[in-house]
Design a protein around this ligand. Structure first.
Ligand code: ZN
Ligand code: FE
Length: 258
């Protein structure tokens, strides 16, 4: 096992996506989490003098796989992605599903199935680094839109992520946090931690700072999509006797209309 710290470079690209590059200085291994934009990923690699060895694809949407083929032909990197949408991932070499583990340069990577946004989306958890890359499943103060799956799938996906250690650093696919904060306050108006965080986020965005990564702990305290069991939210929605899944489904439906 190789427990040495990976360097993590997060950068904005496209409209509101984040790209992330991981680099292991010992082995030279360099991993791109998704490939949202060929040029943006290439620029970061070039500026750091890195040679891309792997792409870890989370799901098939164009804003996550756009760079797969061009980066593969430039660097000859290995592309790893979700087994359940293997046919839709350009350049795929290896695929995995929920519960699988593999390692790259001695770093253990656990695959967490997070369907809902798409049917086969996966997240990558690196226990020795304490980080998870969950793309369009869990966002800071939000969760992905349910395009292909059901609310139940997304609820289960978020439960899986929420079960990781509280201090886990969470990297997500998009900078949606300011809009998510406004929505979160609309269903959890008396949460003072959320109100404080919303103010901080406004300042961060005014200063052009990223609001990601976040931590699971912070999300558990302030993200309404992880708080369907919270008495204040349930009361606010008039759903005290409903199941957590019902409450989650209602919150997701409200966000779609917000
Ligand atoms: Zn997506
Ligand atoms: Fe996306």
């Amino acid at each position: 096992m190789n427990a040495s710290k990976l360097k993590i470079y997060q950068f904005p690209c496209r409209q509101d996506n984040y790209g992330v590059i991981l680099h292991d200085p010992q082995s030279g291994t360099t991993i791109s989490i998704d490939a949202p934009e060929t040029e943006a990923v290439g620029d970061v690699l070039e500026s750091k003098g890195l040679k891309l060895t792997h792409i870890l694809t989370t799901h098939h949407h164009g804003d996550h796989v756009e760079g797969n083929e061009a980066l593969k032909s430039e660097y000859g990197c290995t592309i790893i992605g979700p087994a359940e949408e293997a046919a839709k991932i350009p350049g795929l070499d290896q695929s995995y599903g929920h519960g699988d583990t593999f390692d790259i340069a001695g770093h253990r990577i656990e695959v967490i199935g997070t369907p809902g946004h798409t049917l086969g989306q996966i997240a990558y958890y690196l226990p020795d680094q304490g980080v998870v890359f969950c793309a369009d499943a869990l966002f800071a103060l939000g969760c992905g839109r349910i395009f292909e799956g059901t609310p139940e799938m997304m609820f289960t996906a978020l439960e899986r992520l929420a079960a990781l250690p509280a201090e886990t650093l969470v990297y997500a696919g998009h900078e949606y946090t300011l809009a998510n904060a406004k929505f979160a306050l609309s269903v959890d108006p008396d949460n003072s931690q959320l109100a404080d965080r919303a103010r901080e986020i406004e300042v961060m965005r005014d200063n052009g700072k990223p609001t990601l990564p976040t931590t699971l702990e912070l999300e558990l305290q302030t993200n309404p999509f992880l708080r369907a069991d919270d008495p204040a939210i349930r009361k606010f929605l008039g759903m005290e006797s409903h199941s957590d899944l019902d409450v989650f489904t209602e919150i997701r439906a409200r966000k779609d209309r917000f």
